[in-house]
Ligand binder design. Structure first.
Ligand code: ADP
Ligand code: MG
Length: 559
């Protein structure tokens, strides 16, 4: 390791030299209390900023780091305070100081900024002694293409270590750890209680706006109906709230009464949330998957015959492939794919569903003979999915009343207040829909390695990657939290191609293998660089599967 004077001298020597001379400061430097690791130096001031790690002491006492829950909560806490220190009040998912020290991205410090979720990320890790390693990017300063050595020194040896001093102040970390523990404890109780989700009384579900992730000011707090109220065990006694049971639950109500808002909170409930978010006591089982229609997507080798018999013109649906799915075929495929990846709960909203996949009403049945209609609507399968496969469904409907008949529980949202209307619904529609036959046995899909080749991998946005020579559209994969997680999913596919796919493993086997590695080595296992970078956010197997299934290059059948 080199000393600080060394860095100062090195920067002095390359001051005003052409940008490439920055390569000489790569390596490890000690600067007082902190250690600076310059892992990769950008080629020019306009390129992606340089990859830097900083090791700094924190105020965390080692005896706080007793287990993984504590570690994840502490890492999240520290990352939040550091990104806030770098970019006070910033709203984007990347804390970024202004690039004010010269040309291009000179002087910019970029660090991942957490949203309201608490989850595993590579941007900041702590060791057993409570020391932090921060992974960030820095635009090394230049004027034109000439090195600004003094500015670089100010940035690396003064600004950064100064920002890192924030990590010494850990007031509030105990509460943060306690909140994570409570959320995880509540979530663990779901299975024992036969629940798929739980919304504590007092929760605030709506968000401030479509782009702001904080709670809506003045929102009506959640209040469970007595007949559906359960009490989970919290750290300070019972936590009452709405328990959504396994089986088929339908959420009904007029437009704007808050149905989708409830579903959206539930579809993030597999993740912990920061205290004050409003959803920190909304918990969902880990394997709940949002399903929606997505016409135009590609589908590769998926047996959708449970929902669609062979199509007119003789196109087979067992298995079914298309480069341009319709609303109903895309949604049928999404259901089957989710089950394949291990979903235990399907979450659907009529607003984003293909109506003809959801239901067929009595008049349509009268008009179109059954043998002319290839679609078996989901309403005829939901009960069976639960009985035969143990897969629950939570469905939001505004208009399609047929689901009342299939529901075990019907919840009415009335001016943002849930009411239990199961008995009334049952009286209206006493007869359960009958499935046309058994569910087809799951079709094993062996993934061919070649179809996973990334060629060029680029993240365009939180919902769009470039992969395998095509655009990979993830707009319909709503449970991806942000751009960094989308990028990590791209890295996961690259990793599956490079290390796991062997032409023999089925898709769920690949997901199992990937999960095992992430569990063992952390999300850093996916990094394409030798030194860990700060841009990885742990994805769930379900989102990785959703991305893989949407690859236009995906090929099923082995080798
Ligand atoms: P629906 O799906 O029933 O049509 P939404 O869930 O889209 O209704 O909610 C309609 C509007 O009401 C949204 O603007 C949402 O932010 C707002 N909203 C939802 N829940 C609440 C609440 N508890 N308090 C205040 N406003 C809410
Ligand atoms: Mg809605």
């Amino acid at each position: 390791m080199r000393d600080p004077d060394g860095l100062k001298d090195a920067l002095r020597r390359i001051d005003n030299a052409s940008y490439g001379a920055y390569k000489r400061i790569a390596g490890r430097w000690r600067l007082g209390d902190v250690e600076l690791l310059i892992d990769h130096v950008q080629g020019d001031p306009f390129a992606a900023p340089s990859r830097i790690r900083l090791r700094a002491p924190t105020g965390i006492s080692p005896d706080l780091i007793v287990d993984r829950d504590a570690r994840e909560a502490i890492e999240d806490f520290l990352l939040r305070s550091l990104s806030e220190a770098l970019d006070p009040g910033g709203r984007s998912r990347r804390a970024s100081t202004p690039a004010h020290r010269g040309s291009g991205r000179s002087g910019a410090i970029e660090l991942y900024r957490p949203g309201p979720e608490i989850l595993e990320r590579s941007a900041l890790r702590i060791d057993a002694d409570g020391g932090a390693e921060i992974r960030l990017r820095i635009g090394l300063p230049a004027r034109g293409r000439r090195i600004l050595g003094r500015e670089a020194w100010g940035l690396l040896a003064e600004d950064l270590p100064q920002a890192a001093e924030t990590l010494l102040d850990v007031v509030g970390v105990e509460a943060h750890i306690a909140s994570v523990r409570t959320q995880r404890a509540l979530r663990r109780q779901l299975g024992e209680r036969g629940l798929i989700a739980f919304i504590a009384d007092g929760s605030v579900l709506p968000r401030a706006s479509g782009v702001e992730e904080g709670p809506l000011p003045g929102a009506v707090a959640f209040h469970s109906p007595p007949s559906l109220r359960v009490s989970l065990d919290g750290p300070d006694g019972p936590v009452p709230g709405l328990g959504i049971r396994e089986g088929v639950t339908v959420l009904v109500g007029g437009g704007f009464h808050g149905k989708s808002t409830v579903l959206q909170a539930i579809q993030r409930g597999h993740l912990d949330h920061v205290p004050g978010d409003g959803r920190e006591r909304v918990v969902t089982v880990p394997d709940a998957v949002k399903i929606r229609a997505e016409d135009g997507r590609s589908v590769t080798g998926v047996d959708i015959s449970a929902f669609l018999a062979d199509l007119p013109g003789g196109t087979s649906t067992s298995p079914f492939s298309t480069a341009d799915a319709s609303g109903s075929t895309s949604q049928a495929a999404a259901i089957v794919e989710a089950l394949e990846a291990g979903a235990r709960v399907l979450l659907l909203d009529e607003d984003t569903s293909a109506t003809n996949l959801l239901v067929r009403d009595a008049r349509m049945r009268a008009l179109i003979p059954a043998d002319r209609e290839p679609i078996t609507p989901l309403v005829e399968r939901v009960g069976q999915l639960h009985e035969a496969r143990g897969v629950s469904t939570l469905l939001v409907v505004g208009g399609v009343g047929d689901y009342l008949a299939a529901a075990d529980t019907v919840i009415l949202m009335d001016a943002w207040e849930p009411r239990d209307v199961t008995t009334q619904a049952r009286a209206l529609l006493p007869e359960r829909p009958v499935p046309p036959g058994p569910l087809p046995a799951p079709l094993p899909r062996v993934v061919s390695r070649a179809g996973l080749a990334p060629q060029k991998l680029r993240t365009r946005s939180a919902r769009r990657l470039e992969y395998g020579g095509h655009e990979l559209d993830l707009v319909a994969v709503e449970q991806i939290v942000d751009r960094a997680q989308a990028a990590t999913i791209g890295e996961a596919l690259r990793f599956v191609h490079g290390h796991l796919a062997d032409g023999n493993r089925t898709l769920p086997m690949l997901l199992d293998a990937l999960d095992a590695i992430l569990e063992d080595e952390g999300v850093e296992a996916l990094s394409q660089w030798e030194a860990p970078t700060g841009d990885l956010v742990r994805p769930r197997r379900h989102e990785v599967a959703a991305a893989m299934n949407r690859l236009r290059s995906l090929s099923i059948g082995g080798t």
